[in-house]
Ligand binder design. Structure first.
Ligand SMILES: Cc1cc2nc3c(=O)[nH]c(=O)nc-3n(C[C@H](O)[C@H](O)[C@H](O)COP(=O)(O)O)c2cc1C
Length: 281
């Protein structure tokens, strides 16, 4: 470990995250920013302290400075400042009280409406209403959300994305008066963290970073190794749905995810997206 606190912070965060040592050149610029990214975590407990609207506006501007596919600028941010509107959304997600507790709640939206509108106004055909158009708008929105999270972390704010707003997307669309050809990607809780939070271990880089081309590998063994590493560091507090699956003697990440996705979720999201006017073919 180095004498430079930022170097040490990067190394410690990544060692905890991946169970591996990483070489960090202490002369690199931007090590504080790297340490923040390496130590990234979701926050679900917030101080009862407001976040100034001007700061949110500043962070929105920073977030919307992110790159955009073909410069199409297909991401929007909805600041849900009206408590009743937020409550309407939260009523569809009763098991996540942190959404109502967060001082600020945003919804990131992929907006595929402006492009065909411009084509009409410029008297041009728009032969591109297909899956890629939906994908581009969604990717843009997700990049803007990630950039917002990093900007928020840079000023000391904590965030937690909320894809559960897509459980009942029609209710969210009505509450936010979403126009046709827009789709809610995720909500985002924002506030001053009440506690530092924890690093969640991730799959090892040997599982998720590929050089040149995918080859033969024992993904099952890699996931099992991750299950053990993660369970040693951050064991699950509760097993999911023991009524259906019983109590596992060893309960790791892959068991949890397999149980989670044994229940059908958002099976009608595609229909909602089509009804919003996107074509998914
Ligand atoms: C697109 C997206 C959607 C998410 N949706 C939710 C959500 O609905 N509720 C929630 O509590 N956390 C949500 N999360 C947070 C994840 O649960 C969290 O990122 C993951 O458990 C890893 O933890 P970490 O962010 O602390 O590393 C979401 C994260 C992402 C990126």
């Amino acid at each position: 470990m180095s004498d430079n606190p930022a170097t040490t912070a990067v190394q410690q965060a990544l060692a905890e995250r991946f169970g591996q040592e990483f070489q960090v050149d202490a002369n690199l610029s931007g090590l504080e920013a790297l340490a923040r990214i390496a130590g990234c975590r979701s926050h679900r407990r917030f101080l009862p302290q407001a976040v100034e609207p001007d700061l949110i506006r500043l962070l929105c501007a920073c977030a919307l400075s992110a790159p955009s596919k073909s410069d199409l600028q297909q991401a929007d941010i909805v600041i849900v400042s009206d408590r009743a509107t937020r409550q309407t959304i939260v009523d569809t997600i009763p098991d996540m009280p942190w959404i109502m507790d967060a001082p600020v709640f945003l919804v990131f939206v992929g907006n595929g409406a402006r492009l065909p509108m411009m084509s009409r106004r410029r008297d041009k055909p728009f032969p591109n209403n297909h899956l890629d158009a939906f994908f581009n708008a969604t990717v843009d929105g997700a990049i803007v959300m990630t950039t917002f999270m990093q900007a928020a972390a840079a000023v000391g704010l904590g965030t937690c994305p909320i894809s559960a707003i897509r459980d009942y997307p029609r209710i969210v669309a009505t509450a936010l008066n979403l126009p046709p050809r827009t789709v809610p990607i995720a909500g985002l809780c924002v506030g001053w963290p009440e506690q530092p939070g924890e690093i969640t271990p991730r799959l090892s880089l040997s599982t998720t970073v590929i050089e040149n081309r995918y080859g033969e590998r024992d993904v099952v063994a890699e996931i099992e190794a991750y299950d053990r590493r993660r369970a040693a560091l951050r064991p699950y507090r509760r097993q999911r749905n023991p009524e259906r699956w019983g109590q596992a003697s060893f309960y790791g990440w892959s068991q949890d995810k397999a149980r989670q996705y044994a229940e059908p979720t958002r099976t009608d999201f595609g229909r909602f997206v089509r009804e919003q006017g996107f074509c998914l073919d």
